[in-house]
Design a protein around this ligand. Structure first.
Ligand SMILES: NC(=O)c1ccc[n+]([C@@H]2O[C@H](COP(=O)([O-])OP(=O)(O)OC[C@H]3O[C@@H](n4cnc5c(N)ncnc54)[C@H](OP(=O)(O)O)[C@@H]3O)[C@@H](O)[C@H]2O)c1
Length: 318
């Protein structure tokens, strides 16, 4: 029986990884969260991991306070530690024990401008002028936007993005058998952890029920990612023993936040008015990429996010 260690097991993603592995009798699941271990206590971390001797380690631990770490140096220190330095220790441990490491990252490692293939070499399939391989076309009335290939150069424009890129670099450098999985706009059941956050859709659903109208940013185009779909696909990648490297996983359908709310209210049957507003409407310390659609080239596409959202709302209402 394979041993799977899930760190950050009460987070939005972690809890779904636990669910997907616990429903499979082939696995022995060890689920740990902040109340079991502080992963930045590296002695304790090493002791725990060696005690467990896992075959696969999932790192679903995160520092996600994008704006807090942009304006507060102490918060940035925490972000760097959790998103950047801790993955280095975990990567070394996974290598020493011969375990597979699955690490999660973000579309915020990109700057949202035209993608550049790593090493200055263009994606050979891409014309560079806006073909299917270098960009997606938005809905007719909107501008086209770019999609990022797994191998495109990273240029984060926020401290959070830099802390996540440091984590990626450390995993690539120190782990042997690893998957770095980038996702964007995660949604799913609220995290069970102490500081557990609700996702954008939950917040907008609450606002939509209480108000006649809401504002939503019609920008920052990317893909939504449904946590249960991501968990299942992560398991599949490990089971298929795919090549180590960077993977993009997200549900189909590039969307702005506004597009997402339009679909949400349609599915939920709410007639709340939605006002599309530019990103500058809300004052947020951290910059976000204008467009960071993840191009998915290594795995089969996940279902469209509106299908996943419909399932999610059914689960919430049942
Ligand atoms: N959420 C998004 O929209 C989004 C977008 C792109 C990428 N991602 C990436 O997706 C991955 C999963 O994110 P998520 O949203 O599921 O995160 P999450 O809900 O915030 O979960 C993170 C978990 O890690 C735990 N944790 C934090 N500090 C810890 C420590 N020192 N020791 C042990 N556990 C600790 C948290 O516990 P506490 O709650 O008690 O702190 C929480 O249970 C992350 O790599 C994230 O960067 C997320």
């Amino acid at each position: 029986m394979q041993k799977v260690l899930i760190l950050g097991s009460k987070g939005m993603l972690g809890q779904e990884l636990v669910r997907v592995y616990e429903s499979d009798d082939n696995y022995d699941v060890i689920a740990l969260d902040r109340n079991d271990i502080d992963v930045t206590d590296y002695e304790q971390l090493s002791q725990k991991v060696v005690d467990v001797m896992p075959d696969v380690i999932f790192n679903a631990v995160a520092y996600n306070a994008v704006d807090a770490c942009e304006e507060d140096d102490d918060e940035y220190k925490k972000a760097k530690e959790l998103n950047g330095i801790f993955p280095k220790h975990l990567a070394k441990l996974s290598k020493d024990l011969g375990a597979t490491l699955v690490h999660y990252s973000t579309d915020y490692v990109f700057d949202g401008k035209r993608p550049v293939y790593k090493g200055g070499v263009k994606n050979p399939r891409c014309c560079g002028q806006g073909c299917e391989d270098c960009m997606y076309m938005g809905p007719e009335e909107k501008l086209p936007f770019f999609a990022y290939h797994e191998n495109d150069e990273c240029h984060p424009i926020s401290r959070y993005g830099r802390s996540k890129l440091l984590g990626e670099e450390n995993v690539e450098k120190y782990a042997n058998d690893y998957y770095i999985i980038r996702l964007s706009k995660l949604f799913g059941l609220p995290a069970q952890s102490i500081a557990g956050k609700k996702s954008f859709f939950d917040i907008m659903l609450e606002l939509g029920k209480k108000n006649d109208s809401v504002q939503a940013i019609d920008g920052e185009t990317s893909k939504f990612t449904y946590a249960p779909d991501l968990a299942k696909k992560s398991k599949e990648i490990v089971e298929k023993n795919m090549d180590s490297g960077i993977y993009h996983i997200a549900n189909e359908g590039a969307a702005t936040w506004y597009d997402g709310v339009v679909e949400l209210y349609k599915i939920a049957g709410l007639d709340t008015k939605i006002e599309p507003v530019p990103p500058e409407t809300f004052s947020r310390p951290a910059s976000r990429p204008k467009s960071s659609v993840l191009k998915i080239t290594k795995i089969n596409s996940l279902r469209h996010y509106t299908k996943a959202l419909t399932e999610y709302l059914n689960i919430m209402n049942s």
